[in-house]
Design a protein around this ligand. Structure first.
Ligand code: NAD
Ligand code: GLY
Length: 372
């Protein structure tokens, strides 16, 4: 069978390096793509109920035809599955299925499934292989690439986890056709982030082509995903364990994490929506500090808003507690010895790390949003 055409991005990390395949229809080719990575014709796929109903049959059919035995492990959809309880269930079923250290399991789903399955793979029999098959835009451009895995703790999100690089990432652009528009846009905020960090030309391309991508144009989606994966791969190659420059990927995220926590993870504010507001505020903060032209901050806000993403806190809901948000930001898990590292910008495509931001600067930006 002829394999669907696709782009290959290689992430170079020595013997932990891997390819990221991006194309339309790759799920149906899963046996031919994943097969060479299996030590024997046996695997297990971890997915959530929603994705199972929409896309598991394609994967199942491909494996059955190729004679690959596949155990199916299905978790409930949503952030709640990044828990000790679901981790235990998944590990239990992987052991029952006699998955061995030399085997390779498959994560089919959004960032929740990818993080949970990746973590399970990293500790099962001291580490087994995982192939990431991301099905949300956010997972395709961000969470499936780079090897961060984990679950949430009572004390906060993603506090328990590992770095465990996948053996392969298979991005089927067509699965986005079933993704709700709101989830697509949340992932799109992360796409914009790559342009804002280091690629002004990509941001300009997104200004022109983002609406087509959101409307379903497959070529525009493919290009946006390929450029995003390339950008992330380059950062991860340079700083796998986030001792330095990988932290640039957190542009807008110090704000975003505080907003999400404050909103209570109740679905009223998706991660990517919080990132959209956070990106605008990172630019506004940089402009306020005299580092970045105010016109660039306005341009970023214009594009995200034109795409239908929130760009202000006041447009999301009322009653935000500014002091508590600023307090949360100074306790961000990325802080080092109590100092919060901020990602600031000198303009579009010119992000850098700074430890010089004061709580008063942050409060001024929040006040400007909430008082407008
Ligand atoms: P998600 O996995 O919860 O998926 C969002 C929703 O979309 C779910 O209800 C899911 O069932 C549904 N869905 C998935 N694919 C679909 C499809 N093709 N069609 C229809 N519905 C579909 O959320 P997410 O936004 O993909 O990921 C968020 C998670 O990713 C968070 O837990 C976050 O911490 C994590 N994350 C991890 C990294 C990393 O580097 N590891 C980076 C960013 C985010
Ligand atoms: N999502 C940020 C990172 O992978 O480092």
């Amino acid at each position: 069978m002829e394999m669907s055409s696709h782009t290959v991005i290689s992430l170079g990390l020595g013997d932990r390096g891997y390819d990221i395949l991006v194309g339309g229809g790759l799920l149906a080719d899963a046996a031919a793509i994943v097969g060479p990575h299996l030590a024997r014709p046996q695997t297990a796929v971890i997915t959530d109920e929603t994705v199972a109903n929409l896309h598991l049959a394609t994967l199942r059919g491909a494996f059955r035809e190729a004679g690959i035995a596949c155990t199916e492990i299905i978790v409930p959809p949503g952030e709640g599955s990044k828990s000790f309880a679901q981790l235990e269930r998944v590990l239990d079923q992987l052991l029952d299925a006699r998955i061995e250290r030399g085997d390779c399991i498959i994560a089919l789903g959004g960032g929740v499934v990818g993080d949970l399955a990746g973590f399970a793979a990293s500790i099962l029999r001291r580490g087994t292989g995982v192939v990431q098959v991301p099905t949300t835009l956010l997972a395709q451009v961000d969470s499936a690439v780079g090897g961060k895995t984990g679950i949430n703790a009572r004390q906060g999100k993603n506090l328990i986890g590992t770095f465990h690089q996948p053996r392969l990432v298979v991005v089927d652009v067509n699965v986005l056709e079933t993704l709700p528009k709101r989830e697509f846009l949340a992932g799109y905020a992360e796409v914009v982030k790559y342009g804002l960090i280091a690629d002004a030309a990509f941001f300009a391309w997104l200004e022109a082509n983002g609406p087509a991508a959101a409307a379903g144009d497959a070529d525009a989606r493919q290009h946006a995903i390929v450029e995003s994966c390339r950008a992330k791969a380059r950062v991860v190659e340079a700083d796998e364990r986030e001792t330095g420059q990988r932290a640039l990927l957190n542009l807008g995220h110090t704000f975003a994490h505080a907003f999400e926590a404050e909103a209570g993870y109740d679905g009223s504010l998706l991660h990517g929506e919080a990132v959209a507001v956070g990106l605008v505020m990172a630019f506004q903060l940089s402009a306020r500090l005299g580092l970045c032209p105010g016109a660039d901050a306005a341009r970023v806000q214009r594009h995200l808003s034109a795409m239908g993403l929130p760009t202000t806190l006041r447009s999301v809901k009322t009653g935000w507690d500014m002091d508590r948000i600023a307090g949360r930001m100074t306790q961000d898990k990325k802080s080092r010895q109590g100092v919060v590292q901020f990602v600031l910008v000198r303009g579009i495509g010119k992000a850098f790390l700074s430890s010089d931001v004061t709580q008063a600067d942050v409060m001024a930006v929040l006040r400007q949003d909430l008082a407008a």
